[in-house]
Write a protein that binds this ligand. Structure first.
Ligand code: MTE
Length: 329
């Protein structure tokens, strides 16, 4: 029950790169829905061993993380079946490592993640540029099993390892003027060769309101499945905001900046009518080219209903009291 896709915008409106991107997205989603309607796609999916559009080469497991892993009490875990390690690490969106789902795993070796620093700056009392290993040593990893819902209408269940973003922000002491948090991915076409093509305005940037950033569900991941984070999943550090569409989960972060104004974000700049700043999962607001009412859990045949705030409404709906969630999509 997809909305009929509107016609492509006239090519005079968009750059060739953007046209390419839109066509590609449209074709992918058209394929996805056609396959679901006939069931044929599902059978092919099983025959292909669960890797319809992922990489073909087997993935090597990342090394385990050192030291103990904490388990936080509270509403942090889902007990739904976890998406397989192989699907989590071979079916990826990371446009700096290629546009197809299997590309990031194939190109993962290009993204060398040591040495690596993260700069914390802007409206903070204690700005700092910190070596990633030092930063990680401050926070014993916790496991969080979260649903992830991509704006493309597929989803996964992923056991992340990491720590709350709030713990890192409290170390740098936001000023009273801080209202938003901006995140930036590494800019380095040597290590992220997709940046040689301007399909998006690199470096990838994302943002949250400060209260969203401080919410206990908001997480910085440095691992998954008890292992170090594979490059294709955003090593060495990526954002996870489980009630928002997956594109808010910016990968391979080098800078976190506290700001007074709402920061620009990559997908919102690329297509503001399609991707908003908030990007809360909302089955009632269709993407202009497809419905968001249902999703395909990777590994499942049947589509399932998409839940408001991706099933985390009880924890986060109060953040948006009084906000028009249709206008602020
Ligand atoms: N971060 C960067 N830097 N570049 C990207 O292309 N893709 C986003 C997000 N973070 C992306 C990114 C999108 S669209 C999704 S759905 C998730 O990463 C996918 O995360 P995963 O590949 O670990 O499942």
């Amino acid at each position: 029950m997809r909305d009929a896709p509107p016609p492509e915008p006239p090519s005079s409106d968009i750059t060739p790169e953007r046209l390419y991107l839109r066509r590609r997205e449209f074709l992918q989603n058209a394929g996805l829905f056609a396959a679901t309607a006939t069931g044929v796609g599902g059978a092919l999916y099983l025959l292909s061993g669960g890797r319809r559009r992922g990489g073909d080469a087997p993935v090597a497991d990342a090394p385990p993380v050192a030291g103990p892993v904490a388990k936080a009490p509270g509403p942090f875990d889902t007990d739904e079946p976890r998406t397989s390690y192989e699907d989590v690490t071979t079916y990826n969106n990371f446009y700096e490592l290629g546009l197809d789902k299997g590309d990031p795993a194939r190109l993962a070796d290009r993204l060398v993640t040591r040495p690596w620093t993260v700069t914390l700056d802007g409206e903070v009392h204690k700005p700092a540029t910190v070596d990633i290993d030092q930063l990680l040593s401050w926070f014993p990893p916790e496991e969080r099993v979260y649903r992830m819902r991509c704006v493309e209408a597929w989803s996964m269940v992923i056991p992340w390892l990491g720590f709350p973003l709030a713990a890192l922000l409290s170390r740098v002491e936001p000023t009273r003027q801080a209202r938003y948090v901006a995140f930036t991915t590494l800019m380095d076409p040597e290590r992220l060769p997709g940046q040689e093509r301007r399909v998006l305005d690199w470096p990838y940037t994302e943002g949250l309101r400060l209260d969203e950033a401080l919410h206990p569900l908001t997480f910085l991941a440095m691992g998954l499945y008890g292992r170090q984070l594979p490059a294709q999943n955003g090593a060495p550090l990526r954002l996870v905001v489980p009630w928002k569409y997956g594109f808010k989960g910016i990968k391979s972060i080098v800078r976190i900046t506290l700001t007074r104004e709402q920061p620009p974000t990559t997908w919102n700049l690329a297509a503001p009518e399609e991707y908003g700043f908030y990007a809360n999962v909302n089955p009632a607001v269709a993407h202009p080219r497809w419905s968001q009412a249902t999703e395909r859990r990777i590994g499942d045949l049947e589509r399932r209903p998409t839940l408001p705030f991706n099933g985390y409404a009880e924890q986060v709906a109060h953040l948006y009291a009084g906000l028009d969630l249709r206008g602020n999509y």
